[in-house]
Design a protein around this ligand. Structure first.
Ligand code: NAD
Ligand code: TDX
Length: 339
C-alpha cells in the first residue's frame, strides 16, 4: 500500500505518519507538504531515514507538480491534512485559506481521478457545523447536522467538504470525510490555545483568554484522531462522513487554569483580551456513527493526555522555542499587542 499524506509536516499529519509507519511497516508513505509557517521538517526527523518514507516539499495547489508526483508514485490512497488551519489568521486574511483549503483539495482530487486511487480521505473539522448554544447541553453535532460555518477558515473547510461529496456523486471518486473536534498533543503549533498557554506560562508571559473564556471546545488527544482516520481508511464506507470526538467538553478558562496548576504558575498570568470576531460558542461531537460502524472510541482520557502533552513541551523546548524565535514573533505581536 502506498499512501500520500499531505500536510504531514504539521501537527496532526506528522502524528498520523508516525502512527502509520509504526503500525504498518510494509506501507510506503509520501509526505507532500509546502512547509508553510506551520510546517516543520524537524518534526519528521525520526522518520526521514526510514526507507518507506519520502518527503516532498510542494504546494497542493501546484497542479503540474502534484500530477508529476502521482505519475511517479502511483499512490493507492491519499489523505489530505494540508490546510491553513488557524481561525484567527483566516479572520485577518482569508484568501490563502480559500486557495489551499478549497482549490488545493480540488487539485488533489483531480489527480486522484486522473491516476486512479482506491481512497481519497479528506480531513475535515467539526467547525463546519457552526456552533451550539451553551444553554443546550443536550445538543451535539451529528453527520446530519446542517453545514453552518462561521469563520473564513471553517467556511473554506465546508466548501472543500461539499466539493469532495460532489466528486463522489459526479465522478464516483472513492472518498471519505472525517470531521474531528479540537486536537491536542505533541507538535501542536504554539499559536493554538493549549500550546500557546503552555509556552507563555513557561516563559511567565500573560495568558490571553478571549472574551470571558466561556467558549467550549471538545478536546481529543491527537493519537485518537489518527486511529480514527486509520479505521476509516481501512473499514469506512465510501461516500460517508464520520464525526470524531470524545465527549470531552471544556471551557477555555478551565483549560488555561488547569495548565497553570500543572505548571505551578499563578492564575494572575491570565489576561482577558478582546474576543475573536464571530467566536463560536460551543463545539460538541456525537461520535455514535464511528463507534457503531467502526468500533472507534477515544482511548486517552483528558486528565492523562494533558499531563503527557505538558511533559512533551517541557522535554522538547527546542522544538517550540525555535518556532517562537522566528517569523512567528511578528504574528504574535500583530495579534496580541493591542488586544
Ligand atoms: P497545521 O497547521 O499544524 O498543519 C498544516 C500543514 O499543512 C503544515 O505542515 C503546512 O506546511 C501544510 N500546508 C499548508 N498549506 C499547504 C499547501 N498549500 N500545500 C501543501 N502543504 C500545505 O494543521 P493541523 O492542526 O495539523 O490540521 C491538519 C488538518 O486537520 C487540517 O486540514 C485541519 O483543518 C484539520 N483539523 C484540525 C484540527 C485541530 O484541532 N488542529 C481539528 C479538526 C480538523
Ligand atoms: O490566545 C488564544 N486565546 C483564546 O482564548 C487562542 C489562540 C485561542 N483562544 C480560544 C479560542 C477558542 O475558543 O481558545 C479556543 C481554541 O482556540 P484555537 O486553539 O485557536 O482552536 P479553534 O479555533 O477551536 O480551532 C481548532 O479546532 C478545530 C483548530 O485550530 C482548527 O484547525 C480545527 O479545525
Amino acid at each position: 500500500m502506498k499512501m500520500i499524506v499531505t500536510g504531514g509536516a504539521g501537527f496532526i499529519g506528522s502524528n498520523f505518519i508516525f502512527h502509520i509507519l509504526k503500525k504498518y511497516p510494509s506501507y510506503g508513505v509520501i509526505c507532500l507538504d509546502k512547509l508553510t509557517y506551520a510546517g516543520n521538517l524537524s518534526t519528521l526527523k525520526s522518520v526521514m531515514e526510514n526507507p518507506n518514507f519520502r518527503f516532498v516539499k510542494e504546494d497542493i495547489c501546484n497542479r503540474a507538480a502534484v500530477y508529476r508526483l502521482f505519475e511517479e508514485e502511483k499512490p493507492d490512497v491519499v489523505v489530505n491534512f494540508a490546510a491553513e488551519s488557524h481561525v484567527d489568521r483566516s479572520i485577518d486574511n482569508p484568501e490563502i485559506f480559500l486557495q489551499t483549503n478549497i482549490l488545493g483539495t480540488q487539485v488533489l482530487m483531480d489527480a486522484c481521478r486522473q491516476y486512479g486511487i482506491t481512497r481519497y480521505h479528506q480531513v475535515s473539522t467539526d467547525e463546519v457545523y457552526g456552533d451550539l448554544p451553551l444553554d443546550r447541553p443536550d445538543l451535539f453535532f451529528t453527520e446530519e447536522t446542517p453545514i453552518h460555518a462561521s469563520s473564513p477558515y471553517s467556511s473554506s473547510k465546508a466548501a472543500a467538504d461539499l466539493l469532495v461529496l460532489a466528486y463522489y456523486r459526479t465522478y464516483g471518486l472513492p472518498v471519505t470525510i472525517s470531521r474531528c473536534s479540537n486536537n491536542y498533543g505533541p507538535y501542536h503549533f504554539p499559536e493554538k490555545l493549549i500550546p500557546l498557554t503552555i509556552a507563555n506560562a513557561l516563559n511567565d508571559k500573560p495568558l490571553p483568554v478571549y472574551g470571558q473564556g466561556l467558549n467550549v471546545r471538545d478536546w481529543l488527544y491527537v493519537e485518537d484522531h489518527c486511529k480514527a482516520i486509520d479505521l476509516i481508511l481501512h473499514k469506512g464506507r465510501v461516500g460517508e462522513i464520520y464525526n470524531v470526538g470524545g465527549h470531552n467538553e471544556m471551557a477555555n478558562i478551565e483549560i488555561v487554569k488547569l495548565i497553570c496548576k500543572e505548571l505551578g504558575k499563578p492564575e494572575s498570568l491570565i489576561k482577558f483580551v478582546a474576543d475573536r470576531k464571530g467566536h463560536d460558542m460551543r463545539y460538541a461531537i456525537d461520535p455514535t456513527k464511528i463507534h457503531r460502524e467502526l468500533g472507534w472510541l477515544p482511548e486517552t482520557k483528558f486528565a492523562y493526555g494533558i499531563k503527557k502533552t505538558i511533559a512533551w513541551y517541557l522535554e522538547n523546548r527546542e522544538w517550540w522555542e525555535e518556532i517562537l524565535s522566528g517569523d512567528y514573533q511578528q504574528y504574535y505581536e500583530k495579534m496580541y499587542q493591542n488586544r
